[in-house]
Design a protein around this ligand. Structure first.
Ligand code: KG4
Ligand code: ZN
Length: 333
């Protein structure tokens, strides 16, 4: 069964075709990077407009050569920017109506976890999921397709948000995550001991303190010996340290032998290296999506849509969008 996925929750206009929830036939992403770069952040109105301008062409190019093979359309209904979500949902429903295809609503966060399944046919639930994106940082037990338990989440900034804000403080270009990742390669991770918020007794995270700490560090002008590269490497190490150690502890506490890391920050080279080291040491399998499937894409939405479609869940004639849609089970235990 082949699902057409559509994703427009933030600043990537994406469509993909995925067969049986795992095999990606095509995945296209039209990036809006150039639109938002001058503003050093995503401007919601410009993002919605850019989606409107591009979405139909991205879908048409995705379907080229595969048009008749599609069984259903899956689209992100939240969380995300309302105007952007509306473009995706309206477009999906229009294509569904024209082509007589059912349309399935998918949670974007759930999608980031399904990104781990996309290229790993051997991966089966249960596993522990870590979602690290620009808007979210969540630890979720993935008991089965549609059966989740949220263990914890960030209490303030998301990991990606911290990367973006600190990059701004350091005068690095937007988007901040990749810029810090690149710059950190030339720096020393132990140059500055930035604080780690462990929040003992919970699986929650907090990343606003470290951002403030970098800001104070810069204000006090102690930046004599440390280069921007050293500051990037030290900041990145503090974030990665918390993400890796907390996730490994949660996996041990809940006896889970597989971990999936999804979301834009999962593209971070240091995070990937540290997770692979920890996995080797503790004999756990860590699944890291290919870089294209870490950041926003529609293959992950199509993959999640396949399992919902199989369970006949999420099919509506009129889908609504929700900017704050939480990750929720759709199969009863
Ligand atoms: O998942 P995503 O594409 O969009 C959201 O759902 O938010 O994640 C975007 C976030 C941004 O904050 C971006 O700076 C971060 O992912 N990111 C990275 C890297 N690539 C993207 N953060 C750290 N290192 C990277 N290599
Ligand atoms: Zn995302």
């Amino acid at each position: 069964m082949t699902i057409l996925g559509i994703e427009t929750s933030c600043d990537e206009t994406a469509a993909a075709l995925v067969k049986d929830g795992r095999r990606v036939l095509k995945s296209l992403v039209a990036s809006q990077l150039e639109v938002h770069k001058p503003f050093r952040g995503v401007v919601p109105e410009l993002a919605s407009r850019a989606h409107v301008e591009r979405i139909n062409e991205v879908i048409a190019r995705t379907l080229k050569g595969h048009g008749s093979a599609v069984h259903a359309i899956a689209v992100t209904t939240g969380p995300g920017l309302v105007g952007c979500l509306l473009v995706g949902v309206t477009t999906a429903q229009t294509w569904g109506w024209v082509r007589h295809l059912p349309v399935i609503g998918v949670n974007h966060l759930e999608g980031h976890l399904f990104a781990g399944l996309v290229e790993h046919p051997n991966l089966k639930p249960p596993f522990l999921g870590l979602i690290v994106s620009g808007g979210h940082t969540e630890l979720v037990i993935f008991y089965g397709y549609g059966r989740y338990r949220r263990l914890g989440a960030t209490r303030d900034d998301a990991a990606g948000e911290a990367f973006d804000k600190v990059a701004n403080l350091l005068g690095l270009p937007f988007p901040g995550g990749p810029a810090i990742d690149r710059t950190a390669l030339r720096g020393r991770p132990d140059a500055v001991a930035f604080p780690r918020a462990w929040i003992p007794g919970t699986w929650d995270f907090s990343f606003s303190g470290i951002k403030t700490s970098v800001a104070n560090y810069l204000k006090e002008r102690r930046r004599k010996r440390e280069s921007t590269a050293d500051l990037c490497a030290s900041f990145q190490e503090a974030i990665v340290d918390v993400l890796v150690k907390k996730t490994m502890s949660a996996a041990a506490a809940y006896h889970l032998r597989s971990i999936v890391v999804g979301g834009g920050v999962a593209a971070n080279s240091r995070l990937r290296a540290r997770f692979l080291q920890a996995a080797h040491r503790e004999n756990v399998n860590v699944y890291l999506p290919d870089l294209h499937f870490c950041t926003d894409n529609a293959a992950m939405i199509a993959a999640a849509g396949f399992y919902k479609f199989r369970h006949k869940v999420g099919l509506h004639n009129s889908l609504s969008v929700d900017a704050n849609l939480p990750i929720r089970s759709w199969v009863k235990a």
